[in-house]
Write a protein that binds this ligand. Structure first.
Ligand SMILES: CC(C)(COP(=O)(O)OP(=O)(O)OC[C@H]1O[C@@H](n2cnc3c(N)ncnc32)[C@H](O)[C@@H]1OP(=O)(O)O)[C@@H](O)C(=O)NCCC(=O)NCCS
Length: 177
């Protein structure tokens, strides 16, 4: 059920036409944002799934996850500053978790800067727990917290599982505070 505080939104998989809007959100959210080319690459990656949330005619948020050997990895998530604090981040994470479950993933993992209180609180609210820390993880030597949430898979084998990939490094870009 939607509460009065939540923004009415439409959810869909991102298309190439969304890239400029994603870039705008990215630039408004991170100190070292992904480039246009990096965002475009995500749309083409077989392992990646890029979701957008539209509010009215605007793309207000996006979320990117990768499906790797039974693990959904949160590659990026951001809500446009104009739309923060109205439940979109939580809705996006729930959508990604639900999709990961449908794809048979056993857990979702992510990395977040130790100072990114908003994101850490969001992840904790949804049941993510800290598993470890990586000092000097980011370009500016900031520390990353690694978090994960177990998922009860709906089916045993995900379409996006791929054998032979040991680890793909990913991270949310440094955030603007
Ligand atoms: C993190 C982010 C996605 C949250 O999106 P949002 O739509 O504003 O969050 P929501 O309104 O869904 O809030 C859900 C919960 O997150 C937590 N939260 C959100 N903003 C918060 C803040 N500024 N301070 C503390 N907790 C916060 C709260 O627990 C909140 O629940 P509550 O409203 O019941 O207290 C958004 O702040 C953002 O885009 N930040 C910049 C990009 C970024 O840091 N991405 C994560 C990289 S790892």
């Amino acid at each position: 059920m939607q509460t009065a505080r939540e923004t009415q939104s439409v959810w869909r998989i991102a298309a190439r036409e969304d890239v400029p809007a994603l870039l705008e959100i990215e630039r408004a959210s991170f100190a070292t944002p992904w480039t246009l080319g990096e965002i475009e690459e995500e749309l083409d990656k077989p392992l990646a799934r890029v979701w957008v949330a539209e509010v009215g005619a605007r793309v207000a948020a996006f979320g990117i996850q990768w499906f790797v050997v039974g693990e959904a990895q949160l590659a990026n998530i951001a809500v446009h500053p104009d739309f923060r604090g109205h439940g979109l981040g939580k809705q996006m994470m729930n959508r990604l978790l639900s999709e990961a479950q449908s794809e048979g993933m056993e857990k979702m993992t992510l990395e977040v800067r130790t100072g990114n209180t908003a994101a850490i609180e969001l992840y904790r609210l949804l049941g993510f727990v800290e598993t470890s820390r990586r000092p000097h993880f980011y370009e500016d030597q900031d520390e990353a917290i690694l978090m994960e949430k177990k998922i009860d898979p709906l089916r045993s084998e995900g379409r996006f599982c791929c054998e032979g990939i040991e680890r793909i490094e990913f991270s949310c870009a440094p955030c603007v505070f």
